[in-house]
Design a protein around this ligand. Structure first.
Ligand code: ADP
Ligand code: MG
Ligand code: ZN
Length: 476
């Protein structure tokens, strides 16, 4: 039998607000344990939470960027469960009236556009963290308690590990564009629960699903989906039923293990939080937030293709990271040659960032320096090879490209007399290749061009050398 994998994701994203969701404590990753907390976020009895308005604004921004309907009226609920890093023994979340619902995100996989529906987005608070390797026992750090989160729930619209990975990348890109989160996976700002089932290909009935919680890298999500879908298919092939349960994925072993039975909503005894007033948003306020959205990656990509004449591929790479798109546009403001700027970013900037482990939003070279490099090449002051070398040095040291050219004497040699003299010497010294050329071997020409480049340390103007080499060889 042929099977199809069905996946729905629940993604938790920490919001980049200055303060926590219900108190004035600093919302910042890390820090000495238990230094960013107060009676409210450590759940002392009798304290009163107050909802941070920025959290609402960011949740609405995220919702609008994902084409959701924004609720004019929503509320916060208590979700009851006990865990040592949740001192109140309930999490303040949203249950039946989430702030956003019914949206979608379009993703591109293998040249096709797929629409992934967003069921809902709700606001909630994060829990603290248990520290298991301190001395004899386990300690708890409440710094993360009350960090604002949005939870984004998709419909079961994804069909493969690759689609899930692309969806998460697209989501991260949107979050970073809107500025609602830095999405640093290594700091846990984006975490993902994966729900998976399999079914006979072509069937429209959903199979029984399992859930794997808190995967914190895209590659772990990918591997978890591959492993779990293979496990479910093997079970069905053996004639065993799939048990609806929560499983733990062990990324080292590449296998998942049963953890607990699936919990149901009624297990949590949700009820409206009596300490928090409902959230009301007028249409005007929602439109105001919509107007504050930046151009989003998909729209930007389309504009790069249609208005700047870039290829789909190039436009996709340039817009995936907001930092790169911003850098690209800043370069265009200095030198309006989209294709040339694009090429230098695609071939050199991305490689250099990668090699030096620098984040895309911290390109060390200035847009004016990239522009200067291209101007040096385009005006014939240096050839492309030297230009790229100079650019790399500028990237690493911050020195201006034109200064590097001057200091190192790298200016292109276009003096025909000088180049012709050089060629004549080389021709005289190499009768073999000359004979090859005369015998019809056009390729022998590149030998002479290469020799001139070598003799000038790569600084000769290649077009001029090429033309001169032909002339001189035909005369020889
Ligand atoms: P919860 O896990 O909190 O009980 P839901 O039932 O709403 O919540 O489902 C959560 C996620 O599981 C959603 O992303 C949904 O798309 C996905 N999901 C639901 N049923 C299936 C299924 N049969 N196969 C794969 N994913 C599913
Ligand atoms: Mg779930
Ligand atoms: Zn606090």
């Amino acid at each position: 039998m042929k099977y199809e994998t069905v996946i729905g994701l629940e993604v938790h994203v920490e919001l980049a607000t200055a303060t926590k969701i219900f108190c004035g404590c600093e919302n910042k990753f890390g820090g000495e344990p238990n230094t960013h907390c107060c009676p409210v976020c450590t759940g002392m009895p009798g304290v009163l939470p107050v909802l941070n308005e920025k959290v609402v604004e960011y949740a609405v921004k995220a919702g609008l960027a994902m084409n959701c309907k924004i609720a004019n009226f929503s509320k916060m609920d208590r979700k009851g469960y006990y865990y040592p890093d949740l001192p109140k023994a309930y999490q303040i979340s949203q249950y039946d009236l989430p702030i956003c619902k019914d949206g979608y995100v379009d993703i591109e996989v293998g040249g096709n556009t797929r629409r992934v529906r967003i069921t809902r987005i709700h606001m909630e608070e994060d829990a603290g963290k248990l520290l298991h390797d301190v001395g004899a026992g386990t300690a708890v750090d409440y710094n993360r308690c009350g960090v604002p989160l949005i939870e984004i729930v998709t419909e079961p619209d994804l069909r493969s590990a690759e689609e899930a990975r692309v969806f998460l990348e697209t989501l991260r890109s949107i979050m970073k564009y809107t500025g609602v989160s830095d999405c640093k996976m290594q700091e846990g700002s984006l975490r993902c629960d994966v729900n998976i089932s399999v079914r006979e290909a072509g069937s429209d009935k959903l199979g029984t699903r399992t859930e794997m919680k808190n995967l914190n890298s895209f590659s772990a999500v990918y591997r978890a989906i591959e492993a779990e879908s293979a496990r479910q298919i093997a079970e069905l092939e053996e004639g065993n039923p799939i048990v609806q349960e929560t499983r733990r994925f062990d990324d080292v072993k590449g296998k998942s293990y049963p953890m607990r039975d699936k919990e149901e909503a009624h297990d949590y005894r949700y009820f409206p939080d009596p300490d928090l007033v409902p959230i009301t948003l007028t249409d005007e306020r929602i439109e105001e937030i919509r107007a504050s959205l930046p151009e989003l990656p998909n729209a930007k990509k389309r504009r790069y293709v249609e208005e700047l004449g870039l290829s789909e591929y190039d436009a996709g790479v340039l817009t995936a990271e907001k930092g790169i798109a911003d850098f690209f546009e800043a370069c265009l403001a200095e030198y309006n040659e989209p294709k040339k700027v694009c090429n230098l970013i695609m071939s050199d900037v991305l490689r250099l960032l990668n090699e030096s482990g620098i984040e895309p939003d911290a390109v060390p070279v200035k847009p004016a320096q990239l522009a200067e490099t291209l101007k040096l090449i385009d005006s014939g002051q240096v050839n492309t090879t030297v230009g790229k070398m100079v650019f790399e040095e500028s990237f690493r040291t911050g020195e201006n490209p034109a200064d590097i050219v001057k200091r190192k004497g790298l200016a292109q040699i276009s003096d025909t007399d000088q180049l012709r003299a050089l060629l004549r010497n080389i021709i005289e010294a190499n009768p073999g290749p000359v004979a090859d050329y005369k015998g019809g071997k056009q390729k022998a020409l590149t030998f002479f061009v290469g020799q001139v480049m070598k003799a000038t340390k790569g600084q000769a103007n290649p077009q001029i050398v090429n033309a001169l080499a032909k002339e001189e060889l035909d005369k020889a």
